[in-house]
Design a protein around this ligand. Structure first.
Ligand SMILES: Cc1cc2nc3c(=O)[nH]c(=O)nc-3n(C[C@H](O)[C@H](O)[C@H](O)COP(=O)(O)OP(=O)(O)OC[C@H]3O[C@@H](n4cnc5c(N)ncnc54)[C@H](O)[C@@H]3O)c2cc1C
Length: 464
């Protein structure tokens, strides 16, 4: 199909998705206070730096109040009190509005708190929207409700970097417990044809996303052998349990320096005879890496060379460590491994989407999962799948809980399968997760930020 015809179909899908957003249109700001706070926190480089510092400080905090205090101090240091604080000289309309709305968000009287403190409390309140519960058990009601609304899930166990073997062991135990709980919970959910099957067979209801770096303290690019040894036994045990429970195990991708170790380990284990029939498994591919096409070809060649009973899922994302990769490369004088032009990144994402869907249409036992909140990226996948005459269940769309709730509703309204990535963990871990997502998705380059500020739909759906 030529590019112009494809693009016409993308526009149709884009408009359908936009019409399915809960407001029926684009200008549906989330809770006003949250929007304002996000703008305020992210719009200033010094406050943005304070948020990055907060993510670093977070492992040393053990309670919500400690976290709120640290965040509040960092924001104040960065200038929050001086420019936005209550009772600190004249404040203009927007700033006093921020204080008032933050106070409402946090349940405090207006101007009772310095704005930095109110913002920190606001972050704590918002974290609830992003995490589904402390663990799978606590999230049971939410997971069932998502299922009843036509959304399947994958769980992600929040926590910070694993620094000791004990922490690696603990993470593996949490994964084990979560898989068991999910298998039990899923068994009680009502049948849902769109969520339970696709043309390649049944889809496991229990679905866990795993961070291999959390299974071992040693995952370093300069000592990959040691890392592989440490993580191998734990990942192996999880694959065996997933097979026993008929669950899906998905490996997340993190920074580039760990990609090779993680991919090598996962594919090596999965190629074992004991896993020929299952479990269902998959890995993340980050399109912002300029060499991601080679990585995709490697994965496709592996799937072709290792026929298994359960199809392999590739979750295509843009990548969440953009700032990290850019800064690290600059520090070392390396070539930047990621696209630095936003449109080039989006074009590449579409290119990889087409390659994935072509492979699926060509008969490979592959499940493409298109994970994005960008209506253009999603619409492109749906339009191309139609052009290939793939059945509607063949493409799964995925979003993050909290950020992608409206997008998930829009996908539902279009009758396509959507999976919600649900982080679980305590509020302390949730706050760090939230701050990362805020930093990433409220930057000028973010589709969601543009959508929230009421940008023109035609521009948002333009070919990148
Ligand atoms: C279900 C799910 C699972 C995920 N799992 C992972 C994972 O395992 N690993 C991971 O890294 N990420 C993961 N992510 C996050 C993902 O990589 C994106 O960061 C996030 O989804 C935002 O991208 P978008 O397409 O939704 O939004 P968009 O606004 O369309 O894109 C934002 C993205 O564009 C890229 N970008 C930003 N600025 C520039 C620039 N100047 N030049 C080039 N590119 C730029 C960045 O990747 C940024 O995240 C996941 C996302 C989802 C929905």
């Amino acid at each position: 199909m030529d590019e112009v015809t494809l693009d016409e179909r993308v526009q149709v899908w884009g408009s359908r998705l936009a019409a399915g957003l809960p407001s029926g249109g684009l200008r549906r700001p989330r809770a006003g206070a949250e929007q304002l706070m996000m703008r305020w926190l992210i719009g200033d480089p010094r406050l943005r730096a304070a948020l990055f510092r907060f993510v670093d400080v977070r492992p040393a905090c053990h309670s919500r109040s400690e976290l709120v205090r640290h965040l509040s101090e960092l924001l104040e240091e960065a200038g929050g009190r001086e420019r936005f604080g209550a009772g600190e000289g004249p404040v203009d309309g927007e700033h006093s509005g921020v204080a008032r709305r933050l106070a409402r968000l946090t349940g405090r009287r207006a101007l009772e708190l310095p704005t930095a403190a109110a913002a920190a409390l606001g972050v704590a309140s918002m974290a609830h929207r992003f995490i589904a519960g402390e663990d799978a058990e606590a999230a049971a009601g939410e997971l069932r409700s998502l299922w009843e609304h036509g959304r399947c899930v994958t769980l992600d166990l929040l926590g910070e970097a694993t620094l000791t073997e004990g922490e690696g062991e603990l993470y593996a135990e949490r994964c084990t417990q979560t898989l068991r709980t999910l298998a039990q919970l899923g068994a009680a959910w009502q049948p849902a044809p769109m969520l339970d099957h696709d043309g390649l067979g049944p889809l496991p209801r229990a679905n866990l996303s795993v961070k291999v770096s959390a299974l071992t303290p040693h995952l370093r690019a300069n000592a990959p052998r040691r890392a592989l040894e440490a993580a191998r036994e734990r990942l192996l045990a999880l694959l065996r349990l997933a097979r026993e429970l008929d669950a899906h195990l998905h490996v997340d991708m993190e920074s580039l320096d760990t990609r090779e170790s993680i991919t090598e380990l996962f594919l090596e284990l999965l190629a074992r005879d004991e896993f020929v029939a299952g479990p269902s498994a998959g890995i993340v591919l980050q399109a912002y890496l300029t060499d991601s096409e080679e990585q995709l070809e490697r994965l496709l060649a592996w799937v072709e060379g290792n026929p298994r009973g359960a199809p392999f899922t590739v979750r295509l994302v843009k990548g969440a460590y953009w700032d990290h990769e850019v800064v690290l490369a600059a520090q070392h004088g390396w070539r930047t491994p990621v696209f630095t032009d936003r449109r080039a990144c989006d074009r590449h994402y579409e290119h990889l989407t087409r390659r994935l869907l072509d492979a699926r249409a060509g008969g490979l036992a592959l499940r493409p999962a298109i994970a994005s909140h960008n209506l253009r990226s999603l619409a492109h996948a749906l339009a191309y799948a139609d052009a290939l005459r793939l059945e509607p269940e063949a493409v799964e769309l995925q979003v993050l809980r909290g950020l992608g709730d409206d997008t998930a509703a829009a996908i539902n309204a279009c009758g396509r399968r959507v999976r919600v990535y649900c982080p679980v963990g305590d509020l302390v871990a949730g706050m760090a997760y939230l701050v990362r997502r805020l930093l990433e998705n409220t930057s000028n380059d973010s589709f969601l930020a543009a959508l929230g500020s009421g940008a023109d739909l035609r521009l948002l759906l333009e070919r990148p």
